[in-house]
Design a protein around this ligand. Structure first.
Ligand SMILES: [Fe+2]
Length: 379
């Protein structure tokens, strides 16, 4: 009852704030690393950069894979999450940010053991309990200012056997409660919100490093034709994206791939703001003369990737970007994204830094503006 009252009071506070000049929020993702499960060094530098340079930010949404996690030791995962909160301490302690300061999103690294969903709820008790019955504390939504925010769990625990290394269903990602999502989006539209942002860890359109999974989930070593399982996942991804289109969602903001990428797919932006410290990835292989060579850092050869591009309907071939849309832009950079939310538009600015030569997870440059674009509601 105490929690319910707290939530009702906070819903009132969040929904009645006077924000005449819009507001800003930050999204970031994927900070797992070698120091008690976290890349302390890169994450701290990004956090300090936010606090020093971004004024008017009200909260951070962190799109999963905060920590490494552990398949056999859920206590260790919990301890890593506590350590992650310590590294994020300057934001949690900053009075300019509003409750709960950081909105958490479940990533596959947080859910590696049957006890991990409860771990996550225990580590992050301050979220709204309005999600589906079996995803309370993992999926939820709220209004802030003129906008609606939905956090969708795409990394459910599969109640399989963690000892069985041949069972890869634990790596299969999907949105289970599309009905809950649709009801939530429809209700938001009835409230006439100006913008809707949907968050999950897994992306709808893989851009590199995870061509084999994310929501399409084609699996490793995919060769056509599609089997019934793959068709099911693809259709599930399509239904998810169709909902975002139907309800005029501004952007799906996610991580999982350790890079920065954004593209508008059928009028809805997908923004992958994924690496706040996790080892950086290369993008999908582009057309090349030696198609069967796997280049360092790439997930697979171009030749093998074409099997995926055909099914995913990507642009590929000479001069193409091997992505879901022509307006794709991406950089192999540690990054965070800032959203300046006004009634008529959202200005997105991305700040990032690049690798130290010869490393995969060490920041070797300063952090600067690396992308800037508008999501225009009059599109
Ligand atoms: Fe991930």
């Amino acid at each position: 009852m105490k929690n319910l009252i707290k939530h009702l009071v906070l819903i009132f506070v969040l929904n009645t704030q006077v924000l005449p000049n819009g507001f800003k929020f930050v999204a970031m993702s994927d900070s797992r690393g070698p120091y008690n499960g976290v890349n302390d060094s890169v994450l701290s530098k990004l956090v300090n950069h936010i606090l020093t340079n971004q004024h008017g930010v009200k909260f951070v949404v962190f799109a999963g894979d905060m920590v490494n996690g552990h398949e056999h030791d859920p206590a260790r995962t919990f301890s890593e999450l506590m350590h992650w909160k310590d590294v994020m301490g300057p934001i949690y302690e900053n009075e300019n940010f509003v409750w709960p300061k950081v909105w958490p999103v479940v990533g596959n690294h947080e859910i590696r053991n049957g006890k991990d969903e409860d771990n996550f709820r225990r580590a992050f008790p301050d979220v709204f309990g309005n999600g589906p019955d079996d995803e309370k504390g993992l999926s939820y939504s709220f209004d802030f200012g003129n906008s609606h925010f939905v956090v969708v769990n795409t990394d459910r625990w599969y109640y399989g056997d963690p000892e069985d290394t041949t069972d890869d269903r634990r790596d299969w990602h999907y949105v289970k409660h599309l009905d809950w999502l649709e009801k939530d989006l429809a209700e938001a539209k009835k409230r006439n919100v100006k913008h809707i942002f949907v968050f999950s860890h897994e992306m709808g359109f893989p851009t590199g490093g995870h061509l084999h999974d994310g929501l399409p989930n084609l699996g490793r070593n995919f060769v056509p034709p599609l089997d019934s399982t793959r068709i099911w996942y693809l259709e599930r991804r399509n239904k998810f994206w169709n909902l975002l289109k139907k309800y005029d969602v501004d952007a799906h903001i996610c991580g999982h791939e350790h890079l920065y990428a954004r593209q508008s797919v059928d009028g809805v932006y997908e923004i992958i703001t994924g690496s706040a410290g996790a080892p950086l990835y290369e993008f999908n292989p582009r057309y090349r003369e030696d198609p069967d060579t796997v280049y360092p850092g790439e997930e697979m050869s171009y030749e093998k990737a074409v099997n995926y591009y055909k099914v995913l309907k990507y642009n590929y071939g000479p001069g193409k970007n091997s992505q879901a849309s022509e307006n794709f832009f991406g950089l192999k950079a540690f990054n965070y994204t800032v959203y300046d939310v006004q009634d008529e538009y959202v200005l997105v600015e991305t700040y990032g830094g690049f690798l130290k030569k010869g490393t995969s997870n060490v920041l070797g440059t300063g952090i600067k503006l690396i992308d800037k674009f508008y999501i225009n509601k009059n599109k």
